[in-house]
Every structure is written in structure tokens, then in C-alpha cells.
Design a protein around this ligand. Structure first.
Ligand code: HEC
Length: 147
């Protein structure tokens, strides 16, 4: 094997190692979810609101401040990483909305359903006081964390 061939091989090996490591790093954030799956009729629903600046601003306000009984930020954190002040010691941990590898597999309708109904036996309470419009606004906002 001449020198150039060897050099080429080394470059290929180093590049593929690097690629594998970065792919597995991206997937390391995937959490074990214990949330029940939304009923079929809700699971696949697509967020009707999209992501206009008004929608995002309304969702942000609910998430960071106004949602009752407790603003989402307390558990899910300012940047949606699942690291809010109340998240310490919580098991299971609050969902990390910044984890693209996980969030791209969770449909809008599932997010909506859990926000409204909660996940029994975990810190995730249901937010029955949010109406449909407000719930979708929050979904639009939390989708931004993984982008
Ligand atoms: C007291 C802490 C707490 C608060 C407040 C809270 N959450 Fe959660 N949330 C959790 C925990 C813990 C989980 C993980 C539950 C599980 O895996 O079963 C979770 C999971 C979720 C999920 C994941 C759904 C799924 O199927 O993976 C969504 C969406 C969510 N929360 C949205 C919200 C929104 C929006 C708010 C505010 C309106 C909010 N949460 C407020 C603790 C909280």
C-alpha cells in the first residue's frame, strides 16, 4: 500500500469514528418515557396553529409564567431541557423538549393529550384549565426548543 492509500484509509477511519460518536451523542438525550399513549383519535392530531410569532408568544407566556396550577418552567426549565427548579430528584424526569432525536418521534396530538391529562404517578399533572387553543399554543412553543 502506498502512502496516499494509507493516508486515505486513516482519514476514512477517523471520520467514521467521529460520525458515530456525534450520532450517539445526539441520541443520548432520549429519555425513557412512562407517559401513557393518547387514544388513537387524538394521537395523530396535527397542531392546527402553526408557529406564527403571536402563537409562540402566547405559548411562551403560558409556559414560562401563567399556566395553573404551576408554570411548566418550574419543571421543564427555561430552555425546555427538563431541568427546572423542581426537577431535582424527580423520577421520571420532566421531558427534555430540546432533545430533537426524541421529540421528532412524539406527535403533536400526544403532547396535547399529556398536557391536558397528565401522566399519573409522575410529576406531570394535567392542565385541564387550558382550553384547546391555549394547549396548542404551548405545543407550538415547546416545539421551538428542539430547533
Ligand atoms: C411539577 C413538574 C411538572 C410541571 C409543572 C409540568 N410538567 Fe410536564 N412533565 C413532567 C414530568 C415528570 C414528565 C415526565 C412524565 C413521564 O415520563 O411519564 C413530564 C412530561 C411532559 C410531556 C411529555 C409527553 C410525552 O408523551 O412524552 C409534555 C408534553 C409535558 N410534560 C408538557 C408540560 C407542559 C406544557 C407544562 C405546563 C403547562 C408542564 N409539562 C408542566 C413534570 C412537569
Amino acid at each position: 500500500m502506498n502512502f496516499l492509500n494509507r493516508l486515505f484509509l486513516v482519514v476514512v477511519v477517523v471520520l467514521s469514528l467521529f460520525f458515530n460518536v456525534s450520532v450517539s451523542l445526539a441520541e443520548d438525550c432520549v429519555q425513557k418515557r412512562t407517559t401513557p399513549q393518547a387514544p388513537d383519535s387524538n394521537y395523530k392530531k396535527i397542531n392546527p396553529l402553526g408557529s406564527s410569532p403571536e402563537t409562540i408568544a402566547a405559548g411562551e407566556k403560558l409556559y414560562q409564567k401563567d399556566a395553573k396550577p404551576l408554570a411548566c418552567v418550574q419543571c421543564h426549565g427555561m430552555k425546555g431541557r427538563g431541568d427546572g427548579a423542581m426537577a431535582k430528584g424527580m423520577n421520571p424526569k420532566p421531558r427534555d423538549f430540546s432533545c430533537l432525536a426524541m421529540m421528532e418521534d412524539i406527535p403533536d396530538g400526544q403532547l396535547f393529550w399529556i398536557i391536558r391529562n397528565g401522566s399519573k404517578g409522575t410529576g406531570m399533572m394535567g392542565f385541564a384549565a387550558l382550553d384547546d387553543n391555549q394547549t396548542w399554543q404551548v405545543v407550538s412553543y415547546l416545539r421551538k426548543f428542539a430547533k
